[in-house]
Write a protein that binds this ligand. Structure first.
Ligand SMILES: Cc1ncc(COP(=O)(O)O)c(C=O)c1O
Length: 516
C-alpha cells in the first residue's frame, strides 16, 4: 500500500503532460488542421524538458492520429483529428488550463488530501527538481507556494502579506455599516464592468494630484486585486508562443499566469540599480517580446527600485520595439523614508503601459481592490475580458474602499504602517547580521532577498527550518529559469511581530547551523 506521502507526490509522467498540453491546444483550436507544431527542440526549450520527452509525446500523438509527421519538415495537425477513445483528454487538466486552477494538474488523485490540512513538511517535500522546470511550474509553483503559506508554522516569513493587526479592521467594519446606511440597495445591484463611477472619479483625482497625470474615470478599471489585472494583461496581449519579458527574479504568480497563457518567458536580470539597459535592448531585439511585466518599485522579491532615468528609457524601448509594459506597482506606497520615483506610466504618452496599482495589501486584502490605468485602446480590450471574467468587481468592496480611502484615516494609517514595517525590517536585518548571509537593505516593500553561501540549498534549508516551525520562500519559486536561485531565499518581515521576528530568526539560524 502506498504511504500518504507517496500518494501526495504522485505525478503524471512528463511526456504525458506534454502530450496533454499539445492535445489540448489542438482541441481548443490554438493549432488548426495542417498547422505546423513547434519543433521538438523549441517545445523542449520552452518547457525546460528533455527533447526525448517531447519526441515521445509527439510519437504518441502521431499514433493516436492527432498529428502527422512530414519528413524533415516537422509535425503537423491532422486535418480531422481522431476522437481518442483510450485516454480521454484529461478534464482536470483542461480545467487547470482554462481556469488557472493550480490544484489539479498533477495531483488530481489526491484532491482530498490537498484540500485538507497537509502535514508540516509536505510543501517542502514537493519542491523536487521538477518544480523548477518552467513547464511544470505552469500550475505547480503557485500551488506549492500557497501550500507553504498554509503550513501551520509559528514563524511565517513566507507571506508577503501585511500583519492583519497593522490593518484598519475596526474602521473598516464601521464603514461597512455606513455604506449600507447610505446605499440600502447596494447588494441588490451589480457594479458596472469598469467599476463604480464615483470610485473611479476619486481615484482619477488622486492619481492626477499625486503623479501629475490627466486621467478621467474612463481611464480607470477596477479589478479584483492585481492578480486579476495581470491575468487580464496576459489574456489580452498574449497568445501561445508569444514572448513575455520578465524581471529575474520576479513575482511567482505572474510567472504562472504567463505560462498559463502559453507564453515563452524571456528574462532580464533585476539588479539593485534596475536593469542593464544595453543588455535589455539586446534581449528585446533578439526576442521581440509582446509584453514586458515589471514590478519596478520595491520589487518582489528583491525590494529593488528601478531608477527614474531607466523608467523613461524603458518607455522609449517599448515605443521603439512596440511592446506593452504591464507595470505592477503593488507596493508603491510602502516606502520607509523618501517617496519612490513616479510610475513608469506617468511618462507614457503613446499608450504603451498598462499600469496596475493594488491597494489589496495595505488597506484590506479581503476587499481585493486594484486599479488598471491605461489608454482607451487597451481599456476597450480590458473591459471585454473583464466582463467575461466576472462582469465587474463586487460593488460592496468598492464602496467601502472609497469611503475609507477618502477619509483622513487613510493617511494616518499609511504613516503608521510605514513606521511599523521599517521597524520590522530593521529587526530582521539585525538578526541576520549573526549569519554569513548577504542582502541589500531595501528602502521599502515587504521582503528581504537574501543570498546564502553558495554551497547552501534554499530548499534543503526550508525543510530544516520547517522543523523549527519557520517558513520562507525558496529562491527557485521566484525564478522563471530552472537554475540559478538555489542559494537565495525571500524573507518577508511584514506578517510577523518584532518579537516573532526575533524568535523566528533565531530558529532559522539554528536550522542553518544544523545543515552545516
Ligand atoms: C508584485 C505583486 N503583484 C501582485 C500581487 C498580488 O496582489 P493582489 O493581492 O492585489 O492580487 C502581489 C502579492 O504578493 C505582489 O507581490
Amino acid at each position: 500500500m502506498k504511504s500518504k506521502r507517496s500518494e501526495f507526490l504522485t505525478k503524471e509522467p512528463l511526456s504525458q503532460q506534454v502530450y496533454d498540453y499539445v492535445h489540448l491546444r489542438i482541441e481548443r483550436g490554438d493549432y488548426a488542421p495542417n498547422d505546423r507544431l513547434p519543433s521538438v527542440r523549441s517545445l523542449a526549450e520552452q518547457f525546460g524538458v528533455h527533447r526525448l520527452t517531447v519526441f515521445k509525446s509527439y510519437q504518441q500523438l502521431v499514433k493516436d492520429h492527432f498529428i502527422y509527421a512530414k519528413d524533415r519538415s516537422g509535425y503537423y495537425v491532422c486535418p480531422h483529428p481522431a476522437v481518442k477513445l483510450t485516454s480521454q483528454p484529461d478534464k482536470t487538466f483542461t480545467n487547470a488550463i482554462d481556469s488557472g486552477d493550480v490544484i489539479h494538474l498533477h495531483q488530481k488523485k489526491n484532491q482530498e488530501q490537498i484540500l485538507t490540512a497537509q502535514p508540516l513538511h509536505s510543501a517542502a517535500s514537493q519542491l523536487t527538481k521538477e518544480d523548477s522546470l518552467p513547464f511544470l511550474s505552469l500550475t505547480r509553483r503557485t500551488h506549492v507556494l500557497s501550500a507553504l503559506h498554509q503550513q501551520d508554522v509559528q514563524y511565517q516569513f513566507s507571506k508577503a502579506l501585511i500583519d492583519p493587526s497593522l490593518l484598519p479592521n475596526t474602521y473598516m467594519s464601521e464603514y461597512v455599516k455606513q455604506v449600507f446606511d447610505m446605499y440600502p440597495k447596494l447588494l441588490g445591484t451589480y457594479s458596472t464592468v469598469q467599476g463604480d463611477f464615483q470610485l473611479r472619479k476619486v481615484m482619477a483625482e488622486y492619481f492626477n494630484a499625486r503623479h501629475h497625470m490627466s486621467l478621467s474615470p474612463e481611464d480607470i478599471l477596477v479589478t479584483s486585486g492585481a492578480t486579476q489585472a495581470i491575468d487580464l494583461a496576459a489574456r489580452m496581449l498574449i497568445k501561445p508562443g508569444d514572448v513575455v519579458l520578465v524581471e529575474r527574479p520576479t513575482y511567482s504568480t505572474a510567472i504562472d499566469i504567463f505560462r498559463q497563457a502559453g507564453a515563452r518567458i524571456v528574462t532580464v536580470e533585476m539588479r539593485p540599480d534596475g536593469y542593464d539597459m544595453e543588455q535589455l535592448e539586446h534581449t528585446i531585439v533578439e526576442s521581440r517580446p509582446r509584453l514586458m511585466y515589471v514590478n519596478p518599485t520595491y520589487h518582489n522579491p528583491t525590494g529593488y527600485v528601478l531608477p527614474e532615468e531607466k523608467r523613461k528609457l524603458l518607455i522609449e524601448l517599448a515605443e521603439q520595439y512596440q511592446f506593452i509594459i504591464a507595470e505592477d506597482d503593488t507596493t508603491y506606497d510602502m516606502y520607509f523614508a523618501d517617496e519612490p520615483p513616479p510610475p513608469i506610466y506617468s511618462y507614457d504618452t503613446e499608450g504603451v503601459v498598462m499600469y496596475i496599482r493594488s491597494f489589496s495589501k495595505y488597506v484590506a486584502p479581503g476587499l481585493r481592490i486594484a486599479f488598471v490605468l491605461c489608454k482607451p485602446w487597451l481599456m476597450k480590450e480590458a473591459l471585454t475580458l473583464k466582463s467575461l471574467t466576472d462582469g465587474g468587481s463586487p460593488l460592496l468592496g468598492q464602496k467601502i474602499f472609497e469611503h475609507y480611502f477618502t477619509s483622513s484615516r487613510m493617511q494616518t494609517h499609511m504613516e503608521k504602517l510605514r513606521i511599523a514595517l521599517s521597524l520590522r525590517k530593521e529587526k530582521m536585518e539585525q538578526m541576520l547580521t549573526a549569519a554569513d548571509w548577504q542582502w541589500i537593505s531595501p528602502e521599502g516593500g515587504l521582503d528581504l532577498w537574501v543570498q546564502l553561501p553558495a554551497h547552501m540549498n534554499a530548499i534543503a534549508l526550508l525543510e530544516k527550518s520547517l522543523e523549527q516551525s519557520v517558513a520562507f520562500v525558496p529562491g527557485p519559486f521566484c525564478d522563471p529559469l530552472p537554475q540559478g536561485s538555489e542559494a537565495y531565499i525571500r524573507l518577508s518581515y511584514c506578517y510577523t511581530s518584532e518579537k516573532q521576528i526575533e524568535e523566528g530568526m533565531e530558529r532559522l539560524l539554528i536550522a542553518y547551523a544544523n545543515l552545516l
